[in-house]
Design a protein around this ligand. Structure first.
Ligand code: IPT
Length: 969
């Protein structure tokens, strides 16, 4: 079988261009050493070659010959870039621009051929060996590249040492024989496009460059080659067993366990097992004749037993996220602190697992997962999604010519990462259809590492996998699968189920997390899920705030589909992450009005000793008493009823009271300080006090105004003008919201896409027809019909105003007319205030909430400013609502709701928000626009998944709701 495919037919030009056949070869490369275990440091010297490199970018792969690689080449006039880095994110556009596509290849699909226009970056770095670097004749030296996109050819001191593909995988070259004490010339030619690009069609920016570390490693005689740490845990005996297989014989020591054995020998000892909840690592060392390599050993056993994924004998529940590597300035070149920030944020938000979508991450990230405790599905650098457009014809994963490249990728992942206890599952890749190449990968992985499970979502019949995995399945399908009613082949029916992607966190959302979690927890077969995705891949941009697809003039792109994370590009948690944290709490605290709290330890392994419990008693949202709660030790899965104290005060009738209980960290941990809130629950005792009736005063008709208590209205239109000293503009019914990405839905969604239907119907251009202004004895009533041009549907709307002299009450009655076949985005009133800044409210907070994303909304008395109420989604859209608001004060007004309402306030109109494409399009105006909503439509997850569930659909039906306004000035 020949690995070579059609070489570039272009005939060499005079002068002899460098051969670039390798670029379009399906071969993984030539010259690299066999893959092996990765470790950060040993006692053997190493030299980081990160830093400033010279760069020359050419338009085609063969524009330049290899003269630059020779010693003595003068590159002083070349600009410099930072390695690790992507050249398109440096030089302010001088080196080209990023390109974003979801699944379409940004070049004609003709594998393995790539376009003639193939940006090629020649990188050059001259280096000396540091003082004390051993004599080059002693042992060898290895040059390691941890990640280069997408194809590189390497020369050292003028010698061509090889070429490689596999962007997010390490490649090492033996270079000892070429090194000199000083003046070493390292030349790396990087091509943006190669045959390998066909295997790397992940939904992300295309970003060429040497984006991970470059390191020179001294390899003393007798140093470590590859080694495999086998550390299992027997949950019956409590014993760990350890065997380190090493290509070079040596000894393994673990001082804390009194272990000192030869490599290849098995030893057992009583140990604390490793789990994501209890990440116990034992420091050890692998010592060969020439090297000492530090080991961090975690004892744990992964198995498929009783149809379940079990670790140390117990089933686990993934509460996970899909993590792409991202930094808004450096793209996929991440420093250690950024990686640590991801891990800390995940731990602080109760996340217990990561799928490394869709490639192995920087190896240091896995060290952090071992250390802090996260289950990892390590995914291979493989996606061929663009072939879906041709019904998967010519898909490389079903073409034997590509199989060596696939096996090379599988081996480079497994060999690199096999010593991490956090890695419990290998994933073959993402969205690559099906084919023999995938089967070959699975077989190779199973043979090499039978002690982990194999995942691949695209294998719907689970021929090659240990886990039935789906993405974006509806709640209903997940429930059916949990009940074992999903059908499918027999083999699959015996397997556990996960959602490797769900809850598309694009823009405002996802909705429906709590509903999924209830289903996962109700069925053993359902072993959890991974939110899509962790972070928005926005690129910091001076004019736009954050750039997304199309902002660099790409001819083919997928817009802001690249911004669909639980954290914003700068890693600020979005409301979606706060909601997720609440929904996946490791402890449930369910207070009941019999004066007890049911405490349930929802962890899979750990007890509650790390936590302390508190209670607080609130009157009208203000805490009036608090203390600690004694909770008995509860093993994982156990629960107990814990008595609450007597309420510390006797609350007067009509005042709302309630309990808040919390589980907080008892002591500082590696990932958060003592007192960090892990879980909480609330119980309302007395029901909310309804707004006072505010009636009795009579309207007085003047020349231009009608006055009613503190309010004045336009005599002709009935429009509200003032409330005491406060000028009010444009108070009227409002049903429009700036459609969210989840309202708009993905283009391929066959289901109803509400955002589109709303716009088609014209809910963003409702007309308000004035039918009557009626001045009665004790009320002013304004009758209107609110409807869009072109259609028969409308909302008959009456505003009825009454007053007790000090306050005014508005009762809005809405009756739908015509055949309403779509839900409403929102239903409430809006108005403008000329001056407002600080906001105080009693209701849900502190963050935004929507009907199906409201678990994290805690009842209390909250304060903010209008600006701080905004959630800065990268593509602006509806945001910022506070749920269950009893009353709010802003701009000289107190507003009470009957019933409680959704509160939103911003310095631009909904129409301006709707029209904005980037954060910087939003310019604050003079007026603060306030929305008081009786209803909001749910969020759902239709930007990729299902829409809102039926209970969260805001149907157009008769409604009546009231607000009482009191000028506070
Ligand atoms: C799914 C992809 O696996 C993921 O990479 C991402 O593109 C996500 O969609 C959307 O953001 S594939 C899709 C067809 C469900």
């Amino acid at each position: 079988m020949s690995l070579r495919t059609s070489p570039s037919p272009a005939s060499p030009r005079a002068g002899g261009p460098a051969s670039v056949d390798y670029v379009e070869s399906v071969s993984p490369g030539d010259g690299a050493l066999p893959p092996r275990a990765w470790y950060a440091a040993s006692n053997a010297p190493s030299l980081s070659l990160n830093g400033r490199w010279r760069l020359r970018v050419s338009a085609t792969a063969d524009a330049e010959d290899d003269a630059f690689a020779a010693q003595g080449y003068d590159a002083a006039h070349w600009p410099e870039v930072t390695v690790p880095g992507h050249w398109v994110l440096q030089g302010e556009g001088a080196f080209g621009s990023p390109v974003y596509t979801n699944h379409l290849y940004p070049f004609p699909v003709d594998p393995p051929r790539v376009p003639t226009e193939n940006p090629t970056g020649d990188h050059l770095r001259v280096f000396d060996l540091p003082e004390g670097w051993p004599d080059v004749s002693e042992g060898g030296c290895v040059l390691r590249f941890d990640g280069v996109e997408s194809c590189a050819r390497v020369w050292l001191n003028g010698e061509d040492i090889g070429e490689f593909k596999g962007s997010r995988l390490p490649h090492e070259f033996a270079v000892g024989h070429l090194l000199r004490r000083s003046g070493n010339v390292l030349a790396v030619r990087v091509h943006q496009w190669s045959a390998g690009s066909y295997l790397e069609d992940q939904d992300q920016w295309w970003l060429p460059g040497i984006f991970r570390d470059v390191t020179l490693l001294h390899r003393p005689a007798g140093s470590v080659l590859d080694f495999f740490v086998h550390a299992a845990y027997d949950h019956v005996t409590g014993e760990g067993s350890l065997r380190v297989d090493s290509d070079v014989e040596g000894r393994v020591t673990v001082p804390d366990l009194d272990i000192d054995v030869a490599t290849g020998q098995t030893v057992t000892a009583p140990v604390q097992p490793w789990t994501a909840e209890t990440p116990t690592l034992y420091d050890g060392e692998l010592v060969t004749e020439g090297e000492r390599v530090p080991l961090r050993i975690g004892f744990r056993t992964v198995e498929l037993a009783d149809g379940l994924i079990k670790v140390n004998g117990r089933p686990i529940l993934f509460k996970g996220v899909n993590r792409h590597e991202w930094h808004p300035e450096t793209g996929r070149a991440l420093d250690l602190e950024t990686m640590r920030e991801d891990v800390l944020l995940m731990k602080r938000h109760n996340v217990n697992s990561v799928r490394t979508s869709h490639y192995p991450p920087h190896p240091a990230f896995l060290d952090l997962c071992d250390e802090y405790g996260l289950w990892v599905i390590d995914e291979c650098d493989l996606e061929t999604h663009g072939f879906v457009e041709q019904d998967w014809r010519d898909n490389p994963v079903d073409d034997d010519r590509w199989t060596p490249a696939l096996l090379d990728r599988a081996a480079r992942m497994v060999e690199r990462d096999k010593n991490h206890p956090s890695v419990v599952v290998w994933s073959l890749g993402n969205e690559a259809g099906t084919g023999r190449g995938l089967t070959a990968m699975a077989q190779w992985i199973r043979a090499r590492d039978p002690a982990r499970l194999v995942h691949y979502e695209g294998d719907v019949n689970c021929r090659d996998t240990d886990v039935y995995s789906r993405m974006y399945a509806s709640h209903e399908e997940v429930e059916r699968t949990g009940q074992g009613l999903d059908g499918g082949p027999l083999g699959r029916r015996r397997l556990p189920f996960i959602l490797c992607e769900y809850a598309h966190a694009m823009g405002n959302g996802p909705g429906g997390l709590a509903d999924y979690q209830r289903i996962f927890e109700a069925h053993d077969r359902l072993q959890g899920a991974f939110v899509w995705e962790w972070i928005d891949h926005g690129i910091r941009h001076p004019q736009l705030g954050y750039a997304y697809g199309g902002d660099f003039g790409e001819e083919l792109h997928d817009g802001n589909f690249v911004c669909d994370g639980l954290v914003f590009p700068d890693r600020t948690p979005s409301p979606g992450l706060v909601e997720f944290k609440k929904v996946i709490e490791p402890v449930a605290l369910d207070a009941s009005d019999d004066g007890t709290v049911r405490v349930t330890n929802k962890q899979d392994f750990a007890g509650l000793s790390a936590l302390a419990f508190t209670w607080a008693f609130q009157v009208d949202g203000e805490t009036v008493g608090s203390g600690s709660l004694t909770v008995p030790p509860l093993a994982a899965g156990a629960s107990a009823e814990v008595p609450l104290p007597e309420p510390p005060v006797d609350a007067p009738a009509g005042v709302e009271t309630g309990w808040t209980v919390q589980a907080v960290l008892a002591e500082d941990t590696a990932w958060a300080r003592a007192g960090h809130v892990v879980a909480w629950g609330q119980l309302a005792l007395a029901s909310p006090m309804l707004a006072s009736p505010a009636q009795g005063a009579a309207p007085v008709v003047g020349e231009r105004l009608v006055t009613l208590g503190p309010a004045s209205f336009d005599v002709r239109t009935g429009e509200l003008r003032t409330l005491g000293p406060v000028a009010v503009t444009g108070l009227r019914l409002d049903v429009w919201r700036a459609t969210t990405d989840n309202d708009d839905g993905a283009p391929w969604q066959s289901d109803v896409r509400h955002g589109l239907l709303w716009r088609k119907l014209g809910l963003h251009r409702m007309r308000h027809r004035l039918d009557a202004v009626e001045v009665g004895d004790d009320a002013l009533t304004v009758r209107t019909r609110v409807a869009p041009a072109g259609w028969e549907v409308g909302l008959s709307t009456a505003y009825r105003w009454t007053s007790d002299g000090d306050r005014v009450r508005l009762t809005v009655s809405v009756t739908p007319e015509g055949d309403w076949t779509v839900p409403l985005p929102r239903l409430g009133v809006r108005f403008g205030l000329s001056e407002a800044d600080r906001v105080t409210w009693f209701g849900g907070g502190p963050g935004e909430a929507y009907p199906d994303s409201k678990a994290a909304s805690a009842l209390g008395r909250w304060q903010s400013t209008v600006d701080a109420l905004q959630t800065p989604y990268v593509r602006p859209q509806e945001n910022g609502a506070r749920a269950d608001v009893r009353w709010a004060e802003l701009g000289g007004l107190r507003i009470e709701g009957d019933p409680a309402f959704w509160f939103t306030a911003r310095r631009w109109t909904t129409e301006q928000l709707d029209a904005a494409a980037h954060r910087t399009d939003l310019v604050p105006g003079e007026t603060v626009w306030v929305n008081l909503d009786h209803g909001q439509h749910g969020l759902g997850s239709q930007s990729c998944g299902p829409g809102p569930l039926p209970p969260y659909v805001l149907t157009a039906s008769p409604a009546q709701f009231s607000f009482v306004f009191t000028p506070t000035g």
